[in-house]
Ligand binder design. Structure first.
Ligand SMILES: Cc1cc2nc3c(=O)[nH]c(=O)nc-3n(C[C@H](O)[C@H](O)[C@H](O)COP(=O)(O)OP(=O)(O)OC[C@H]3O[C@@H](n4cnc5c(N)ncnc54)[C@H](O)[C@@H]3O)c2cc1C
Length: 379
């Protein structure tokens, strides 16, 4: 089977890239260990936040602004609701570096950000119980993306344009032969192409280690859960999405959407995992329930009992920024690790960007903050 481009890992970024490549007329084959969307990677659990006054750094904002346009376009092409315009409030104490960066990012890019004190935040969204030292930065244009629905849309739209998706194919080895890269799978397939994107989530590091490139990526087990909601205070009309850097940890959450319940997850912490270590289900550790219940009881006390929880994994870099680069010795191999638990919102723009980079040699963005060079001095 011939292809112009191979994609190893058809998850959030891989599936999006497959669509944009096929739309540009490329012959593309996507390999995934299962039939994405699925729950083996980092893209399950129905919903993801998208916000623009970025607390993780202003370098992401040009990507985010393009991502927003592409999400709107995808929603139209898919003919399905992919975005919930409920806004997102960033919460933090006055000393929170995250909240300070949210304010700087908004100011630098003239993004709409309403700054609120604790009393104003609780008046606006009565579900919150906040101490006086907590402040909020509300982004009315932000909201929630339906992640699995988006993957299904790219999958369908990409296949309709000729993309070939091979599910159930775990890539076990990458080899550079001449000007080409060969991907070998556990089932014995050998596929090659002159351009390859490695977007295999927690297996980016082991696959690239085989090509002489050690990457400082740590897989981490994470949990999230849904709670019985009181629609009068947890409905999107009464509660926005949130990202909260508060005493007790960094948490994020969603109003009750489509009757699913209030959803809460913890962003920091988690249990480090080896690449092939099994992901134990929610409830395997006492802290799975304790941490989330602790946050909900303290800050959102009107929520009811936990309905269900799930486990997922993040892939973290030491500085929690993405890796978007090419292999230094094999330039035909592109690396997408939109990692560290904040990458989904970028999947649309990264799909477009990698398609342009691999076919036309240009990205249209400054990717230097996401290059491998920054790890050169890590021992
Ligand atoms: C609980 C949770 C909450 C999150 N919340 C947010 C949020 O609110 N907002 C946000 O922007 N981001 C959020 N994220 C982060 C975001 O979901 C991830 O950053 C993003 O999904 C990563 O995309 P990816 O394409 O790198 O990985 P994935 O979507 O996981 O795709 C990787 C794919 O590669 C496949 N694969 C792996 N190994 C192989 C192999 N050897 N061969 C073939 N295929 C392979 C996997 O099966 C998978 O399909 C959250 C993540 C989690 C886990």
């Amino acid at each position: 089977m011939d292809a112009d481009v191979l994609i190893v890992g058809a998850g959030s970024v891989g599936m999006a890239t497959g669509f944009y490549l096929a739309r540009k007329g490329a012959r593309v084959i996507l390999l995934d260990e299962a039939e994405a969307p699925h729950s083996l990677g980092s893209h399950h659990g129905s919903t993801r936040l998208i916000r623009y006054a970025y607390g993780e750094g202003a370098a992401y904002i040009p990507l985010l602004l393009r991502a927003r346009v592409l999400w709107q376009e995808l929603e139209q092409l898919a003919g399905k609701r992919l975005f919930e315009p409920c806004g997102v409030v960033n919460l933090g104490t006055s000393g929170s570096p995250f909240l300070a960066q949210v304010v700087r990012s908004a100011s630098e890019y003239q993004l709409t950000l309403e700054q609120l004190d604790a009393t104003q935040t609780m008046a606006r969204w009565p579900a919150w119980q906040l101490s006086p030292d907590i402040r909020g930065g509300f982004e009315p244009d932000a909201g929630v993306l339906y992640c699995e629905r988006a993957l299904s849309a790219w999958r369908r739209l990409g296949q309709a344009r000729g993309a070939v998706l091979l599910g159930g194919q775990q890539v076990t080895e990458l080899k550079a032969v001449g000007g080409q890269i060969t991907a070998g799978t556990a089932s014995g397939l050998q596929l090659k192409a002159t351009r390859v994107l490695v977007s295999a989530g927690h297996r980016v590091a082991p696959l690239l280690a085989g090509l002489g490139l050690p990457l400082p990526l740590q897989r981490v087990r994470k949990t999230f859960a849904w709670y019985h909601a009181d629609e009068s205070v947890h409905d999107p009309a009464a509660l926005s999405g949130f990202s909260a850097d508060l005493p007790g940890g960094i948490f994020y959450g969603f109003p009750t959407l489509e009757g699913a319940g209030l959803k809460v997850g913890r962003h920091d912490g988690g249990q480090p995992l080896e690449p092939e270590q099994p992901l134990l289900p929610f409830g395997a550790y006492d802290e799975d329930q304790e941490e989330l219940n602790g946050f909900v009881r303290r800050y959102l006390p009107g929520a009811g009992e936990m309905i269900a929880g799930k486990a997922c994994h993040y892939v973290r870099t030491p500085d929690e920024h993405f890796i978007l680069d090419r292999h230094p010795e094999h330039q035909q191999l592109f690396i997408a690790s939109a990692c560290s638990g904040h990458g989904f919102k970028f999947a649309s723009v990264l799909g477009e960007l990698f398609a342009s980079w691999m076919l036309d040699g240009e990205t249209g963005f400054d990717l230097s903050p996401f290059s491998l060079d920054r790890f050169r001095f890590i021992g």
